[in-house]
Design a protein around this ligand. Structure first.
Ligand SMILES: [Mn+2]
Length: 367
């Protein structure tokens, strides 16, 4: 990239973040997944990845925490049209069930159509992520380095396949003595509901499905929690120490009482094994940062706090195997105009995405 000026405005037709890289020149491969069938309150996350792609041209390429992240090469794949189509069809089946508050007797056929769409997304994402990981070279921290997959949603049902691919990659590569893979999960919700509203692959069930179906995920650390169900709390409490849930109100109270945010974060990530996947639901942030997301909840992390969480993980000596950013919604896109409305959500999302890329690059050695 002899003529690339990182301080210049993005050129038309440039890649994500205005970058000039091809897929082969990039160590981070972003996988857009425009799927959003079961979001209950506000839809629109299926447009998140493309809105982030558009907004990403505004992100300055020198990151205050991670330096010249872009030099590692970041490439975002084309949006898979068949997944958009699948999302539209599955959403049409799911919405009447959501509108009446969940599935009832007689909804089995409709449910199976929505579940089957979820399975197709899982397979697509698994294959896409596994092929990125297969390009990984030996020699990164802990033996996993090189190509790093990052999913851009879509709702929070979408990352199941990439989490499975990353967990398999970690355990196959190193055997890693049973340490398996940990997940750092930033979210307002625990997402530990079993088949929420009847949908097996609901956005609200992602971590339940991961815990039930991917035993190589040995630790789940959740930060930013504000809206939780009784059964979710019980599921975490009965996980034998596999799930560590950190509630936003508890952290706020402790900080008001004089504890330091960085200490809370360091203690929270302490149980994570050497290889970690990061799942970032944008609604983990204060809703002023994501007003159009599907299920906004008052409270939450500031942008700076989330950036510090990501940095403390990246600088803890652990290796970030892969990551996702989900539930960014551009809304209906025509409020306010002039860059207002849902553009803001994507603008914030693009900046979080660059931080996640920076953290992942920071923890893997150059090829
Ligand atoms: Mn979530």
């Amino acid at each position: 990239m002899p003529s690339f000026d990182p301080d210049a405005a993005a050129k038309p037709g440039a890649g994500i973040f205005g970058l000039p890289f091809t897929r082969d020149e990039s160590r981070i491969i972003l996988l857009p997944v425009p799927f959003d069938a079961t979001t209950s309150y506000g839809g629109g996350a299926s447009g998140g990845a493309e809105a982030i792609r558009e907004a990403s041209a505004q992100v300055d390429l020198h990151d205050f925490q991670f330096g010249d992240v872009y030099r590692a090469g970041i490439f975002m794949e084309e949006s898979p049209e068949h997944i958009s189509e699948l999302s539209r069809r599955a959403r049409a089946h799911a919405q009447p069930i959501i509108a009446k508050g969940g599935a009832e007797q007689g909804d089995e056929v409709t449910l199976s159509k929505v579940d089957s769409a979820g399975e197709q997304v899982n397979l697509h994402v698994y294959n896409a992520a596994a092929s990125v990981l297969a390009e990984a070279r030996e020699g990164g921290a802990g033996g996993v380095g090189g190509e790093i997959p990052g999913l851009v949603g879509g709702d929070h049902s979408t990352p199941f396949g990439i989490i499975r691919a990353c967990a398999e990659h970690v355990t196959a590569k190193s055997g890693n003595g049973g340490a398996g893979m940990g997940i750092l999960h930033l979210d307002a919700h625990m997402d530990l509901r079993e088949a929420f509203e009847g949908f097996t692959w609901s956005h609200a069930s992602i971590m339940y499905n991961v815990m039930k179906r991917i035993p190589a995920v040995t630790k789940l650390v959740q930060i930013g929690l504000r809206d939780v169900g009784t059964q979710e709390l019980a599921f975490a409490a009965n996980s034998g120490g596999r799930i560590h849930a950190h509630h936003d109100l508890d952290w706020s109270r402790r900080m008001l009482d004089g504890e330091r945010f960085t200490d809370l974060v360091k203690n929270a990530i302490e149980p994570l094994p050497p290889h970690v996947y990061v799942s970032f639901d944008i609604d983990g942030l204060d809703p002023s940062m994501c007003p159009h997301t599907g299920t906004p909840v008052p409270g939450g992390l500031s942008f700076a706090q989330a950036s510090i969480v990501i940095e403390l993980l990246a600088k803890s000596g652990r290796s970030i195997v892969g990551f996702d950013l989900v539930e960014v919604s551009p809304g209906d896109g025509d409020e306010g105009g002039g860059g207002g409305g849902g553009e803001w959500d994507a603008n914030v999302g693009a900046r979080i995405l660059y931080k996640l890329c920076g953290a992942a690059v920071h923890t893997s050695s150059p090829r």
